[in-house]
Write a protein that binds this ligand. Structure first.
Ligand code: MEV
Length: 350
């Protein structure tokens, strides 16, 4: 009987969030924080789901799962009421996470009868709705687990394209109109240049580049922020097209600077500052992100939001010798005192 452990990394968008929705390039990196899934086939007639990170457990008969119907337009019927009754969460992203699970499960079985029961546990280091790819790492993990369960994919010949495509379906349920950047980086890992509908290319950085991830603790909905930007774009199309093109030019400059990185972060810091300003201009900043920006500047560091904004995570670029620097200690203690959790990581890791 099938028994697998699967793991997928979270991600940060270094540059290109939001403009990537409009076909522009983004520069993205996997991070060391991960989502881990365990799936064990059972001979029961009941599926058991355990999400310790969401403090949630559910038993659901196979017969009930087979009442859920996947439509050709990408929607799933009979699930929403069931999920809302069982899950009882006010947070839409969390509710949609469970809807996505059933959607991906049905899709993995080719929309045929789900014929195998299983115990499933999903644990994550990532904060749900925080902007570090929690939903995409979840999508990649369940897509991989369910494809292995159905036997459509074998452990020693993982089909990354198949995984990423199925994880994208999960992202669509959770975020409505995603660019596909998150499921791509959480499937392939490393450091990627990505453009919607055009695919991705792998990049390398010659020297280790460190980054600090700062959690505002503020949850937000990617779907809402993307639609807020869409409304502004509709109101001021020429202005916003030009801002998105500026973001695209910034990504090309960033690719050059990261690819030639020799330990000097001066130019990358400048790009962080400019990118931060552009993201504030399109209205996706938040008082908590502005506070992180101010604390960073005060201590001579540069930060920007990462992902959809509106809260979630910020990133601070760090010099190679940051551990010996007094201002780094001050930065961490001031961020922590203000209530922000910090995690050090390396770009291209995960
Ligand atoms: C979310 O991580 C990144 C956004 O650009 C949305 C997307 O690309 O789907 C804000």
């Amino acid at each position: 009987m099938v028994h697998y452990k699967v793991s997928a990394p979270g991600k940060i968008i270094l540059h290109g969030e939001h403009s990537v929705v409009y076909g522009k390039d983004a520069l993205v990196s996997a991070i060391g924080l991960r989502t881990n899934l365990e799936i064990k086939e059972t001979d029961s007639e009941v599926i058991f789901i355990d999400f310790p990170s969401l403090k949630f457990q559910l038993e659901i008969p196979l017969i009930k799962v087979n009442e859920f119907l996947v439509n050709s337009d990408g929607t799933i019927e009979n699930v929403k009421d069931f999920v809302e009754n069982q899950f009882k969460r006010s947070n839409e992203t969390e509710n949609n996470t469970l809807v996505a699970l059933f959607y991906v499960l049905k899709k993995a079985f080719g929309n045929e009868k789900v014929s195998k029961a299983f115990d499933l546990s999903v644990k994550t280091d990532l904060r749900i709705g925080g902007g570090s790819g929690s939903s995409a790492a979840f999508g990649v993990s369940i897509a991989t687990g369910f494809l292995l369960l159905t036997g459509k994919m074998k452990e020693n010949t993982l089909d990354h394209e198949m995984i990423s495509n199925l994880a994208f379906e999960s992202e669509r349920v959770i975020h409505l109109n995603p660019s596909g950047v998150d499921n791509t980086i959480c499937t392939y890992g490393g450091l990627l240049k990505f453009a919607k509908g055009k695919g991705f290319s792998k990049l390398t950085i010659p020297k280790q580049l460190n980054i600090l991830i700062v959690d505002t603790g503020v949850s937000r909905s990617t779907a809402k922020l993307v639609s807020q930007v869409r409304d502004l774009h509709e109101g001021f199309p020429i202005l916003f097209d030009n801002i998105f093109e500026s973001m695209n030019i910034l990504v090309q400059e960033a690719i050059k600077k990261y690819s030639e990185f020799n330990g000097d972060i001066t130019d990358i810091e400048k790009l962080f500052e400019i990118n931060s300003g552009l993201l504030t201009t399109i209205g996706v900043s938040h008082p908590s992100l502005e506070e992180i920006y101010k604390i960073s500047r005060k201590n001579n560091f540069s930060s920007k939001l990462t992902g959809a904004g509106g809260g979630g995570y910020a990133i601070v670029i760090l010099p190679s010798d940051y551990k010996n620097k007094e201002n780094f200690e001050n930065l961490i203690s001031e961020l922590n005192e203000a209530g922000f959790e910090t995690t050090e990581t390396v770009i291209g890791g995960g």
